[in-house]
Design a protein around this ligand. Structure first.
Ligand SMILES: O=C(O)CCC(=O)C(=O)O
Ligand SMILES: [Fe+2]
Length: 258
């Protein structure tokens, strides 16, 4: 089998992240179509749908879940992720080497340098058609590696930069299509210097090899050959390593640092 760490039918992983690099971006980013299988996608969407109602936080247009819990002052209360968010995604992330030339079983994965050497937090965002997320940075709470698994439908993520006067340039500098079941990893200055957002539109437009930086890596570029993609509800899982974790059992609100 050519796929590394992959046990399932229509999930297909490269041997290393090297082959998945989005080469036209200013910092390291990877795009892996077919990171999970259709069956895995269905399983995760079902778990999200059947989570207890209070799990959902309703924003004006969008709703989200945080696992294992919300951060308090940028801090996570130590708790495991539920098994359905661990397997297959975390196990697969940690089994994917950064490059082909690794020594035997010493796999250097994407979280090898992060404080906990694995993601400990997952944000689940649900975007109905017409709903996006304003350009933003993810802030100081996390190690600057973001792993986003997309479920249900395709969506276009925009990367923005600030102009010389510090104001946001409203035209995206780069655009990335995220197909269902894909994994997008962004790191480094894409995390610290650039902003990301999703437009509040019902249809992504002007999609082509010239406008989409991960076009050569798409699972099915033919699906976007018309240049347009009608939005359907898209759910994302954003996996990150929260830097500060508090152990349970501390009294008087005093936290142990680790
Ligand atoms: O849904 C996405 O792909 C982006 C989510 C995001 O930017 C965030 O949760 O900070
Ligand atoms: Fe974000």
């Amino acid at each position: 089998m050519a796929a590394a760490g992959c046990s399932d039918g229509n999930a297909r992983l490269p041997l290393s992240l090297d082959a998945a690099k989005i080469t036209s971006l200013p910092a390291t980013a990877y795009y892996l179509p077919n990171f999970i299988s259709e069956e895995e996608e269905r399983m995760i969407l079902d778990k999200i749908a059947t989570a207890p109602r209070p799990r959902w936080k309703q924003l004006t247009h969008r709703r989200l879940q945080t696992w294992p819990s919300d951060l308090v002052q940028d801090r996570l209360l130590d708790a495991p992720l539920p098994p359905w968010l661990e397997t297959p995604v975390v196990s697969r992330l940690l089994s994917l080497p950064l490059s082909d030339d690794h020594d035997g079983d010493a796999v250097r994965h994407i979280f090898a340098d992060s404080p906990h050497q694995r993601p400990n937090h997952v944000l689940i965002n649900e975007y109905p058609p017409g709903i996006g997320i304003m350009p933003h940075k993810d802030g100081a709470a996390y190690w600057p590696v973001v792993c986003t698994v997309s479920l249900g439908a395709s969506i276009c993520l925009n990367l923005y930069r600030n102009k010389e006067d510090g104001a946001l340039d409203p035209d995206p500098a780069w655009r990335i299509i995220q197909e269902p079941r894909s994994l997008l990893i962004t790191t480094a200055t894409l995390y610290t210097d650039y902003l990301h957002g999703i437009s509040d539109i019902k249809q992504d437009l002007d999609l082509s090899a010239d406008t989409i930086v991960n076009w050569p890596l798409l699972r099915d570029p033919e699906a976007f050959a018309s240049g347009q993609s009608v939005r359907q509800t898209r759910t994302s899982l954003t996996y990150r390593d929260v830097l500060k974790v508090s152990k349970v059992g501390n009294r008087l609100g005093l936290f142990n640092k680790r």
